[in-house]
Design a protein around this ligand. Sequence first.
Ligand code: NAD
Length: 419
Amino acid sequence: MANTYNPYDNMLQVLELAAQKLGLPQNEYEFIKYPERELKVAIQVVMDNGDVKFFEGYRVQHSSVRGPCKGGIRYHEEVDTDEVKALAAWMTFKCAVVNLPYGGAKGAVKVDPSLLSHGELERLTRRFTTAILPIIGPEKDIPAPDVNTNAEVMAWIMDTYSMLKGYAVPGVVTGKSIEIGGSLGRAKATGRGVSIVTGELLKYLNMPEKGARIVVQGMGNVGGVTATLLYEQGHTIIGVSDISGGYYNPEGLDIPAIHDYMSANNRSLEGYTATGVERISNQELLTRDCDVLIPCAMENQITGPIADSVRAKLIVEGANGPTTVEADEILNKKGVIILPDILSNAGGVVVSYFEWVQNIQELTWEEDQINETLKKIMIRSFGQVADIVKEHNVSFRIAAYMLAIDKLAKAKKIRGIFP
Ligand code: NAD
């Protein structure tokens, strides 16, 4: 990244604050500061024109204290080790907050996938899978989709892993297509979870459960589903954005029409127009007056200078790490309530867990059962975090970290140190 922001330092600072609030001695949470394993690989790809190119890939396993490592794989040209380490640690905390029997991991390839042909992308994915193969597997570390990866990429990973093992291993990844062992409800799970906790927060604050004015940054998997579900629940989505910029209408946007436009326009908002819709920058979008701001794009979006100008009452973090520590402090002082990523966007990993359970048990669940169980878990986790907020008079972020760190420290104590 071009600036000095380091997401891993960001994570360490929050960890420290939460551990202090818990009154944990240093030696009981020190282990959380160090990822268990970091793998960096060179991925050699024969391009369509016959040239050979190298790409850097990463897999970081932050913790397996509470179970196998779990976390997505992203393809992005600006990714680096510290970003992947931070994302892996957030997965550890997230799985602990929603009480899944998982640790945390994350993977990435430094690449702009839009510059690759379909064939090049497949060869890159299969070669990357081979490179990380010794450390992944249904009992060890289970990848999933993240930014710029999808069900097709997961299918290539599953197929490569299975071919090399000699038998089908659907449980090696989650976020797969239904036809090869994916779970009903997985594609929409993260956005569904974000919409559930947004509803819980409005209730908790005695705000109306309909009609909130909402801004969603990012209209990909997470943002697109979140905007749709909140729109269907009777809220007014006044702003959305993607990499092409922001689209704003104080009277409310027509979210189904926007999805239709994106479907016909290669999933991009570029060029979208409608009566009353103003085209603004992403930065402006984050600072428009609204009840709830839901960042669903990338990390490091709400920085100090932006936080100064934020006019939202509530922020629900759909993306991982969208708010810097500096911004968090400013927003807390301004009285803006922030639901942290490790709680708000945990719906994806919850249904990934359901997918993995179905794979290893070789059975399938109905979609209603999946959505209902997801709802129960998100509401229960929100309630547990909210109880810590009240009891310790801390922010939702610190409370969620306290819940996670407490579980991790207890698990570590019970397991002890090998040898
Ligand atoms: P995605 O690739 O489907 O969508 C990302 C969206 O953000 C796109 O609309 C893109 O145009 C937009 N975007 C990218 N950079 C932007 C910028 N600078 N300003 C505005 N918009 C920008 O990705 P996704 O799967 O929706 O993931 C989004 C975030 O949510 C990431 O932080 C990811 O780690 C996190 N997350 C995803 C899942 C999941 O299940 N997909 C689960 C938990 C967390």
